[in-house]
Design a protein around this ligand. Sequence first.
Ligand SMILES: [Mg+2]
Length: 231
Amino acid sequence: MPETILWLFDLDGTLIRTHGAGVRAMNRAFLEIMGWQEALAEISPAGLTDPIIAHRISRIKRGADMLADEMQRVFELYLKHLEAEMSIADYEVMPGITPFLEEQVDVPNVMLGLGTGNLEAGARLKLEPAGLNRFFPFGGFGSDARERSELLSIGVAKAGNLVGARIPAERIIVVGDTPHDINAGRAIGARTLAVATGPFSQAELMKYQPDLTIEDFTEEEAVKNFIRKIR
Ligand SMILES: [Mg+2]
């Protein structure tokens, strides 16, 4: 059997868009627990992990990190609100994603995982409406680590445990829609694929020198050529 290829997918702006459902749920949780209005408006959350989002807001609001118990209460309430928001969310799967995953999930040496700053429970809630959870049996999440590169490493380790072998960095592809994804992917030595379905254009993403930049996953030829170089 050919050697494993591991994909780690970012979630927001890469697989799906919730048109603000996640932001609304997080804002409500910050308001109800910390008393902070429109907390997310203080920062650019795209590409940041949930714990880093919380700490950054806290530093702006009062000059100090979140305490562990505050963070736990905010996140618990966030997940409750997210579940409610997702039931009415204006939901969108990014172009070409479902056909691409349908095809890759059947390739014997390919592993599909998540590499997202979302808490795992939040990621699962966000992927549920489109039935995308079935493609991603494991991943690295914001609930695993504060730093994006660290949660990617944890995702890689989980994949390694599943196949019972270490997966070499050059056979890992980190996919995301922000410079944070590209930088974190590079930090673990992985190949990086940037997709312009989030807040950044292809030209903006290219400045961070990902190994491939695409408009979206309907660019099948570009993605196939990219994979061919790894096989
Ligand atoms: Mg993203």
